[in-house]
Design a protein around this ligand. Structure first.
Ligand code: ZN
Length: 143
């Protein structure tokens, strides 16, 4: 059996995210301030610059991609759980360029907001904790 927990919906926020805030940092700080231990997050808006990563499954390491240009946040979704006792936001993002093409990946620190509208949903239930998974090399949910 693989890990699965059942949750019910807790508090829910809509938040206008700060201009020039670091998207990942803003979300993790929000979770810490509101004591959200498990949650679901969605964001739309725009960024001045984006840093995303692609996980190389053979090498078991992330490679970063930097997009130093204004981009739309077409879709950004992910979750909140605990890693090393602190809220960890795991987010993936799809960005739209001026030409309308899509870029994206695993959201990294260094993604700077131009504007952001977030829906943050707290989930009530068991703690969800990340730990090192030797099979993938990733910090996956372990309990
Ligand atoms: Zn990821």
């Amino acid at each position: 059996m693989y890990l699965q927990h059942q949750y019910s919906t807790g508090r829910k926020w809509l938040a206008r995210l700060p201009y020039e805030g670091d998207l990942l940092e803003v979300l993790e700080k929000f979770a810490a301030e509101k004591s959200i231990r498990v949650g679901h997050v969605g964001v739309i808006g725009a960024v001045k610059k984006a840093v995303v990563a692609y996980y190389d499954q053979q090498k078991k390491e992330y490679g970063s991609l930097v997009f130093d240009e204004p981009l739309e946040i077409l879709h950004c979704t992910g979750n909140l759980s605990l890693k090393d006792g602190a809220p960890k936001a795991h987010m993936h993002i799809i960005l739209g360029s001026k030409q309308g093409s899509a870029l994206g990946g695993h959201l990294m620190p260094g993604t700077i907001l131009f504007a952001g509208e977030a829906v943050i949903e707290e989930l009530i239930g068991p703690e969800l904790i990340r730990g090192y998974d030797p099979q993938t090399g990733l910090p996956l949910w372990e309990k």
